[in-house]
Design a protein around this ligand. Structure first.
Ligand SMILES: NC(=O)c1ccc[n+]([C@@H]2O[C@H](COP(=O)([O-])OP(=O)(O)OC[C@H]3O[C@@H](n4cnc5c(N)ncnc54)[C@H](O)[C@@H]3O)[C@@H](O)[C@H]2O)c1
Length: 260
């Protein structure tokens, strides 16, 4: 079976920049029709225009804040109309608040859980009626931070990503009878969120972090590249070639953490 997404109808949340943005661009270049959701409207619109101009597929941007349930529902209806259905859904939108575990502001907990867990879950719930008669692929972005300790003050973030893995496995089981598969991805790639996480560290912590990354990523000792290293795996997950895979964790991380 050829591994292709030509003609696939794909929804990507967090599609204005970083993993979501560059993956949407990649999918369009591979012939897919894509709708992106985000709150960074200027970036989202610009990326969609650029990707569509290059073709052969297209990207259409829509403002959807995934903490707003009515906005999610309206956005999913828009995407289904625009694309003529849905084949694959990538829940990429995420936030990464950083604070020492002994002093996490309640607002950080609320944001991490609202975006990374509830937002993702409500997108899954909203797309379910559109996938249940034809099957499809749901791909939820977790993190190695759910599997191991990371030295960037990320207890709330790590906990939220642990919830993503548990949720994704559960819907993988519950919705398998509809031909809906549901997998988690743990990426380690260079994006603005990584820069932001590093920016809050002291100089000493930055040096320790760089050393830890170098020593703990066997393939290359550095973060990967979205287009070169991650997007081809996402293409596989959106394609029919992965139709017998569900409830898994795909670590696209140069070997940082692994799942036994
Ligand atoms: N980059 C990595 O190495 C890495 C590692 C582990 C996990 N992840 C996960 O991958 C996903 C993408 O990360 P990234 O590195 O591309 O980060 P990023 O910050 O570059 O992109 C995240 C996108 O999500 C959007 N977003 C945030 N809150 C939103 C909301 N309420 N509604 C809609 N959109 C919202 C942002 O505006 C942004 O465009 C996140 O879930 C992140 O936790 C990334």
């Amino acid at each position: 079976m050829p591994i292709t997404i030509e003609g696939k109808k794909i929804l990507v949340t967090g599609g204005a920049r970083g993993i979501g943005g560059e993956s949407a661009r990649y999918f369009a270049a591979e012939g897919a029709s894509v709708v992106t959701f985000d709150v960074k409207d200027d970036l989202g619109e610009r990326l969609a225009k650029e990707a569509t101009a290059l073709g052969p597929g297209s990207v259409t941007y829509r403002h959807v804040d995934v903490t707003n349930i009515p906005e999610i529902r309206a956005g999913v209806e828009f995407a289904v109309q625009e694309l003529g259905g849905l084949d694959a859904v990538f829940n990429v939108a995420g936030v990464a608040p950083h604070a020492p575990a002994e002093a996490i502001p309640e607002a950080d907990w609320d944001l991490a859980l609202a975006v990374n867990v509830k937002g993702l879950a409500y997108v899954c719930e909203a797309v379910f009626p559109h996938l249940k008669d034809r099957g499809g692929s749901i791909v939820n972005f977790a993190s190695d931070a759910a599997l191991m300790d990371v030295p960037v003050h990320s207890a709330a973030y790590s906990a939220s990503k642990g919830a993503v893995i548990s949720y994704t496995r559960t819907i993988g089981r519950e919705w398998a009878k509809y031909g809906i598969r549901s997998n988690s991805v743990n990426p380690v790639v260079m994006t603005p969120i990584v820069d932001e996480a590093r920016a809050v560290l002291s100089e000493e912590e930055k040096a320790q972090y760089a050393k830890a990354i170098e020593e703990s990523i066997p393939l290359g000792g550095e973060f990967g590249d979205v287009t070169q290293d991650l997007a081809p795996v996402l293409l596989f997950l959106a394609s029919d070639a992965s139709k017998f895979m569900t409830s898994g964790i795909f670590c696209v991380n140069g070997g940082l953490a692994y799942v036994r």
